[in-house]
Design a protein around this ligand. Structure first.
Ligand code: LLP
Length: 426
């Protein structure tokens, strides 16, 4: 993770624990989370936006320990499935600090959310309004936000740009869809509309897109006031805050972002004569990604035809689908051997049955890299394990955490017995 420090003999230390030791103890592939890094990134968001509500986006990575860290740090939790909701509730997360998302929430998810009394539900489509209204009652109204499309394109890949018309999320502002949804929700005694929501995209490294969204959303808040006589008190800008995967990457600094954002929000609200709404933000990657590192063991080193060298490791696209899905780039380094010798260029490839299973293209690694060497891929704490698959029945890797020099296992390795346990017929 970002907090990694060089250790003796080319080892890498996080939270005072050597990664070579972690790999020896729990085997590879292995994901290691730095609890302190996760917590300090959560704190940085809260400090930067002291009057905002910060929801950790569970989709980046969730387990009971992460639920505890988020709860301790005073974050809310953004969930988007019954699975995330049940895990959070079972781990003791306060339901009133949970916000439920989803463009296709099932009837079961809506019922569960109501039964657990989640604080807020983000309405994503017209069909959801009567469903939710039927579950809600006037003496215990459900707080809801309406997800709208500000028409701002941002994010690292087309697949994650969710703030524009022409994709499946939210209500269009143009054409009046968003205004109609607002009117319908305001007419439901069981629903209490608290604000507008948008999510632009993911891995956004500058404030500009958020400022453009603020302009659009404050304009809509003013229209709602003019038409319905209500000033909605909340504005949720979603997630998307970018982190540094490669040395030269830009990273969104929470303090600078917050300063620009709050200034713009205040200015636009003043123009429209609106009270400044409370901000909600939903960072996932920015909190979790830099807190994680993936460890792999080299199994084979091979020269390809055009002089390409391949280093094949014991994980791959089943534990990190991001390179194959989005062409995402990562750094990689050896652990537990000196890093100052001659180097060569390798494609670090996985063990799956596809040529596209490449974790890192063109990595600079020791020229004499050999089977048994340990590789670390930093910034691995978000959207890797949470998107892991069962491809080739390899089994998903374990997750360990470090805190103050202590290493503990959070999730054990998935075994073939786990996979077979779901088979109930033949
Ligand atoms: N809020 C909503 C409504 C979202 O849809 C998302 C992410 C977030 C918050 C958190 O966004 P973050 O701060 O983590 O960027 N699998 C992709 C990323 C997909 C993001 C989906 N939504 C990737 O690996 O790059």
């Amino acid at each position: 993770p970002a907090s990694a420090r060089p250790g003796p003999n080319g080892d890498l230390l996080i939270g005072g624990v050597g990664l070579a030791e972690a790999a020896d103890r729990f085997g590879t592939p292995l994901y290691v989370l730095d609890e302190q890094e996760f917590r300090s990134r959560a704190r940085a968001f809260r400090r930067a936006l002291p009057t905002a509500e910060v929801f950790y986006a569970a989709k980046a990575f969730l387990c009971s320990a992460v639920v505890d860290w988020a709860a301790d740090e005073g974050l809310g939790l953004d969930v988007c499935s019954a699975g995330e909701l049940r895990l959070a509730a079972a781990a003791g997360f306060p339901p009133e600090r949970i916000l439920l998302h989803g463009n296709a929430k099932t009837p079961e998810e809506l019922r569960l959310a109501r039964r657990l009394r989640v604080g807020r539900i983000v309405v994503d489509g017209a069909a959801e309004i009567p469903r939710l209204a039927a579950l809600a009652v006037a003496d215990a109204p459900q707080r809801v936000l309406v997800r709208v499309l500000p028409g701002v394109a941002a994010g690292h890949h087309r697949a994650v740009r969710t703030g524009v018309d022409g994709q499946k999320f939210g209500f269009r502002i143009a054409g009046g869809d968003a205004a109609d949804a607002v009117a319908r929700i305001l007419g439901q005694p069981g629903l209490r509309l608290t604000g507008l929501h948008c999510h632009l995209g993911s891995q956004i490294t500058e404030a500009g897109p958020y400022l453009a969204a603020v302009d659009r959303l404050v304009g809509l808040l003013a229209e709602i006031r003019d038409r319905h006589g209500v000033e909605l008190p909340e504005l949720d800008l979603g997630g998307g805050y970018g982190v540094r995967y490669l040395a030269g990457d830009a990273e969104l600094d929470p303090d600078r972002f917050a300063a620009e954002l709050t200034a713009r929000l205040a200015a636009r609200c003043a123009e429209h004569g609106l009270a400044v709404p409370r901000l909600l933000v939903e960072p996932g990657r920015a909190i979790a990604a830099p807190a994680g590192v993936a460890l792999y063991r080299v199994l084979s080193v091979k020269r390809g035809t055009d002089g390409r060298a391949f280093a094949a490791v014991d994980g791959g696209m089943s534990d990190n689908p991001r390179p194959a899905l989005y062409g995402s780039a990562y750094q990689v380094r050896t652990v537990g051997r000196p890093t100052d010798g001659p180097t060569a260029t390798f494609d670090v490839v996985g063990r799956h049955c596809e040529a596209g299973d490449v974790l890192v293209h063109g990595a600079t690694l020791p020229a004499d890299l050999r089977p048994g060497d340990l590789l670390a891929v930093p910034v691995a704490g978000a959207y890797q394990l949470s998107m892991a698959s069962g491809y080739n029945l390899v089994g998903r890797p374990p997750v360990a955490a470090v805190r103050e020099g202590r290493l503990r296992l959070l999730i054990r390795r998935e075994t073939v017995e786990d996979l077979r346990a779901r088979e109930v017929g033949r």
